[in-house]
Design a binder for this molecule. Structure first.
Ligand SMILES: Nc1ncnc2c1ncn2[C@@H]1O[C@H](COP(=O)(O)OP(=O)(O)OP(=O)(O)O)[C@@H](O)[C@H]1O
Ligand SMILES: [Mg+2]
Length: 256
């Protein structure tokens, strides 16, 4: 896919403290329109904190975040956010959950948008079901549909498949690839799973901990669909594991 507008989403010198503790320090990177970026890093390094800032939910930081040259100061429908934890309303069916965040349009338009979003994640058969009757993978698909229904230009995903078994996870990774190529959505996804990052991302941002700084940005130069057992894939996996177990060395040349 040709990536247009390399600076579509820009994070400039972002630093974030909670009280006296510096969680994120001097984070700068940019994302092209339509690009898929994965953020990996150990637990507590500030991945969710970074994503919350990108979503506009948290603006108490130093630095600047822009999308299409507009500063992100509050949540908007252009930036979809799939939270780390499932936020489906238990008293609503799948279709009611998915339709909940739609505030404009006629009844008919809303119904069409909901059914498109539900079809995109392959959940048509379950629209009348309540969350407690869904499997983990189905619930996560409903969660994704709920965000997709507003056709966001940027989709932020916080470990969306973290709690799922390997088969369901692979299935949903494929779904995400389909959605991305159909909708041309710019995606930024946090994951603990290095293989998942290599499978999905155009670039992988590796975050270090205490404070959270960018340790390295790696370009994944592999055609899609990707072979999880290919040589390049395996070499990249080894390289990335290496960053988590080597001595701390901050790589300076991460700005693109
Ligand atoms: N509201 C808050 N008040 C104080 N400290 C916070 C708050 N939210 C997060 N933190 C701290 O900031 C650090 C980063 O948290 P964050 O949730 O961003 O980590 P993470 O990389 O997403 O971890 P995980 O992989 O476990 O989800 C942690 O030390 C956490 O305790
Ligand atoms: Mg987190």
């Amino acid at each position: 896919m040709e990536l247009l507008g390399k600076n579509y989403l820009k994070v400039e010198a972002l630093s974030k403290r909670f009280g006296d503790v510096c969680i994120l320090s001097d984070i700068s990177f940019s994302v092209a329109k339509g690009e898929f970026v994965c953020i990996v890093g150990s637990s507590g390094c500030g991945k969710s904190t970074l994503l919350r800032s990108l979503s506009g939910l948290d603006t108490a930081y130093e630095g600047r975040i822009t999308v299409d040259d507009q500063e992100v100061k509050k949540p908007t429908k252009h930036i979809g956010y799939i939270f780390q934890e499932n936020r489906l309303f238990p008293w609503m069916t799948v279709e009611e959950n998915v339709g909940f965040s739609l505030d404009s349009g006629t009844r008919e338009e809303k119904r069409r948008k909901v059914s498109e979003a539900v079809a995109m994640v392959g959940l048509k058969e379950a629209v009348r079901q309540y969350p407690k009757t869904l499997s983990g993978g189905m619930a996560q698909r409903a969660n994704i549909a709920r965000t997709l229904v507003n056709k966001p230009e940027v989709l932020l995903l916080d470990e969306p498949f973290g709690a799922l078994d390997a088969f369901t996870k692979i299935n949903l990774q494929e779904k995400l690839c389909e959605i991305r190529s159909a909708e041309k959505t710019t995606m930024i996804m946090v994951t603990h799973d290095i293989e998942e990052a290599i499978y999905l991302a155009d670039r992988i941002i590796i975050l270090d901990k205490n404070p959270g700084v960018i340790k390295k940005i790696i370009k994944v130069d592999l055609p899609r669909p990707r072979d999880r057992n290919g040589n390049y894939f395996n070499d990249l996996r080894k390289e990335i594991y290496g960053y988590f177990f080597e001595t701390k060395e901050i790589v300076e040349d991460y700005n693109i």
